[in-house]
Design a protein around this ligand. Sequence first.
Ligand code: NAD
Ligand code: MN
Length: 795
Amino acid sequence: MPSIKDIMETMEYGPAPESNAEVKDWLAGHADGISHFIGGHFVTPEGPMTTVINPADDSVLARLTKAGADQIDAAVKAARAAQPKWAALGGHARARFLYAIARHVQKRERFLAVLETMDNGKTIRETRDGDIPLVARHFYHHAGWAELLESEFPNHRPVGVCGQVIPWNFPLLMLAWKIAPALAAGNTVVLKPADLTPLTAQAFAEICADVGLPAGVVNIVHGDGETGALLTGHPDVDKVAFTGSTAVGRLIREQLAGSGKKLSLELGGKSPFIVFEDADLDAAVEGVVDAIWFNQGEVCCAGSRIIVQEGIAESFFSKLKARLSALRIGTPLDKTMDVGAVVSRPQLERIRALVATGEAEGAILHSAPAELPAQGTFCAPGFFTGTAPAHRVNQEEIFGPIATTLTFRTLEEAMQLANDTRYGLAATIWSQDIDRAISAAARVKAGVIWINSTNLFDAGAAFGGYRESGFGREGAREGVLEYLAPVLPGSRKERSDPKLVPTFAPRKTKHDVPAIDVTAKLYIGGKQKRADGGQSYSVTGKGGAIIGHAALGNRKDIRNAVEAAAKVGSWANVTGHNRAQVLYFLAENLSQRRAEFESLLIHSTGASSKSAAAEVEASIRRCFWYAAYADKFDGAVHTTRQRHVTLSLNEPWGIMGLVCPDERPLLSMLSLILPAIAMGNSVVAIASQSHPLVATTFYQVLETSDLPGGVVNLITGLREDLAKTLAEHDEVACIWYCGSAAGSAMVERAACGNLKATWTDLGHVRDWLADTEGQGAEYLRRATQIKTVWLPYGE
Ligand code: NAD
Ligand code: MN
């Protein structure tokens, strides 16, 4: 025992352990095993047990069984049975339950913090000041959304039963992110925690029981990936929400293809942390601590690639080394520790293996010079210098407390490095020049951007990724929408496959309707292009007569069209006002050729003249509607707890793929193209297979408009073949598909590669004439992705 005098001399930290007596009692009470929570009952665990480990000392905390198909089924049934009543309670009653949960979490904050620390290995400082307060905040915030649901989200209904699967890095916080919005919106849930960290979920189930939450509203089932797959694949789940690795996210995307289940994915990241030479370097160093050494680096949005401007790189790295040597690593329950234990031994080994590849590829590792505890799974935090962008450590998520570093000279170069990743979860930008910081924020492809700050989270701000970091958002209004579905009128007709089985009859010289006797070309990059294969197919009209020929596009044509769409980068930067002008002008041109389109529709689809006139009229109106919205689909400034301007920006995806149906061929095509281009996307559209001449005539309208070439590309041919190529294309960020049920499944499966967002209609015919179905906010939302930008202010 050092004397006071010794301590005053060395200024050494003494041990400052947080008591875990209460948690130990609780664990003793659960010695028989952690139960599943199904239909309001704690189900006595049966079958083989696995152990729940405290990674700080390798001790066994509890035992766990894994739910099998029967238990998953029972949980889904309980959730199904509870859902209508839960929804019917109304927003206010649900708000009271969520408020009660928030209060209970707060009352048990200390207990939950200790339990989380013991189960996960993260420090008590973080669980006490970070995880658990954010959990309470999340339930308060969503008590509010429940209260306001009916007025803020008219014409929406709960999705139904939600299957939710979460990882081990923020166990209770991820649970809160999943359960709070689902319940607020009137859904019921079955949630599966990670098997490495099931304990706070058990404590949460007890809170649900304590507040008298109706049985079946929240169900918790334990187990590993196999249990997870049983849940996400259960046929009676309406919505799946997943947080975890990109690899598993991709499996789930595939598993759900064609199921009609709503899906949101929060996946991995390799987020850039950019330091410009005019940054406040000491603040940026503290930023690194919070970006990659926080939570042992087991953070999906960790600033794991530090990208530093050349002139300051050396001094920044030496500041980092100094800061590293001041980090305290050890017993996570000690209140003075900065870094705790890695969640498990396999995870530690994974980190070590990846770090070894970095060293093997020639990078230099700088580790904290700390002595690690003899027991437990600790990893010294550190960072690499001398890496190259292609090194594995720069491409793969290490998911441990090790950052890489790269240097740059110009903003241009910084942006290139920042976006040199398949991921797009988050980014951090340090610069005292607001102009530079904001222009960088606009150019980094990521869902969350922190300017002069890092790893800030709040229930009032949307969180979620671009690219292979997933789709969907959690938090704020955007997150609530993930748990709602628009109310659509009536029952919906099933779409049949295209009427026309294309024939490749040689061109005849005589036709029934010579006025539209054409072999229409494709429209790529603003020019009419012959199909790559040089082939065409015959188009039949009313009564089966051949009325013309359309180009038979192939894979190469799709690729050329995507390339053309990629070249028009500037369209996204054209102001909303100017995009509106282009759409108004389209309407004007369309209206001048009204008679031609009416006659074309009559001949091609057999529509009555009244119906054809209505379709053209609605098409013109739709141009006006989206022109109106081009400069009015606003983002928001969200109110978060901290002093920040938290912007929510609606950004275009970039390139969208659109697959058009046969019904109402002019109107349906415009209903897909207009919102996409109004929001700044470039599109590759596959025209109605049976009525392609409508599309090819429409590009004559495009040619006389002010739309830059390449913003709209039109391909004709076999819908399913073309759709598959489009859905597989890595540069297409989002695809909308209107075709058959089987085609919807095919598109969702093909979209797995780059995890592009999909909107398929499962073969249900939409009433395109109706403004409630053929246009609306949902189109605008689905034509954009949200970027959240955090800007601090004040001292
Ligand atoms: P993981 O994907 O292996 O597991 C996550 C969860 O999915 C666990 O509950 C697991 O049991 C379950 N699971 C595994 N296979 C499954 C399957 N086939 N079907 C259904 N469920 C399955 O990830 P992990 O290693 O536990 O967590 C770390 C990963 O999570 C990292 O890649 C990290 O980036 C990511 N993560 C992302 C976010 C985010 O918000 N984007 C947050 C935290 C973690
Ligand atoms: Mn554990």
